[in-house]
Design a protein around this ligand. Structure first.
Ligand code: PXL
Length: 274
């Protein structure tokens, strides 16, 4: 069987383990070819007090034109952090052009965390993200992003599973068949991943809360879900593997006192993803 390829539309961040720098090696470890389309180039991610940020919007169309010209096809498309409003239209155009040969589109609606929107995300970009998720088959919002996509107040992260189900149903009706709400605070010891697939009973994967929250966790999780789905696994199984892998990496980071902004030491266990 020919090797599969996934287009990764995301930022390239040098330090802090997020986005393409995390997703490409994880996808490669799963024996899938990663084709990267940068949305921005940063020296370090936006949780650092200082970072170089080069928005790549004006270059993206010319970059993508090559792929159109050479007739490249993708087996899946995964998108993440966007650097500007206009980028959403470029990404939507990319999906419209390449989706016909793709098995699925995964949109990680990266916008914020812990009830707060990231510094580089304007209200207009958040509005555009609502448009983009309609083109997805799979979305992987955290609770902050789920609330923002639905214009619901964050409520300090307190939602019942019935409320989560309602929210997922509303969002799924706009397009995505599969939704995982990642990192939902559950208790002082546990974090819940709420898994919704249309016309199926929702399921939950609990993981132990270990240490502080770490940047880039969402990118580790979404890339494993993309890779597992590409390799033929079901959504629940993919989320379970992704959540457990992220937990294992977080445990390693805590034991080795790696600062939380340095992201997840995902390199340590790549061999287990095959
Ligand atoms: O992991 C999310 C993410 C991706 N890309 C950049 C970020 C962040 C979160 O802070 O700053 C540049």
């Amino acid at each position: 069987m020919p090797q599969k390829k996934i287009a990764l539309i995301n930022d390239y961040t040098g330090f802090g383990r997020c986005s393409i720098a995390v997703m490409a090696p994880i996808i490669s470890a799963m024996k899938i070819q990663a084709v990267t389309v940068p949305t921005a180039i940063l020296s370090a991610h936006t949780q650092f007090p200082e970072y170089f940020f080069d928005d790549y919007t004006s270059k993206m169309n010319a970059y993508i034109q090559t792929y159109k010209d050479i007739g490249l096809t993708f087996d899946a498309i995964a998108t993440g952090f966007l650097g500007s409003e206009q980028q959403t239209d470029i990404v939507i155009d990319f999906i419209k052009t390449f989706k016909k040969d793709a098995e699925f589109v995964l949109v990680d609606p990266v916008m914020g965390d812990y009830g707060k929107i990231y510094k580089t995300y304007t209200p207009e970009m958040c509005r555009k993200m609502k448009e983009l998720v309609c083109y997805a088959d799979i979305i992987t919002p955290n609770l902050t992003e789920l609330c923002n996509l639905l214009d619901v107040s964050y409520n300090e992260g307190r939602f019942s599973t019935d409320e989560l189900l309602q929210m997922c149903r509303v969002l799924s009706a706009k397009g995505p068949e599969h939704i995982v709400v990642t990192g939902v605070p559950f208790s002082s010891r546990q974090i819940m991943n709420y898994i919704y697939s249309r016309n199926e009973e929702p399921r939950i994967v609990m993981v132990d809360r270990i240490g502080g929250d770490r940047s880039g966790t969402g990118d580790v999780i979404s890339s494993i879900i993309a890779g597992m789905t590409m390799n033929g696994f079901g959504f629940y199984e993919s989320v379970k593997k992704a959540a457990e892998y992220a937990s294992k990496c977080i445990k390693y980071c805590e034991e080795n006192e790696v600062p939380t902004h340095w992201g997840l030491c995902f390199e340590m266990y790549l061999g287990e993803l095959v």
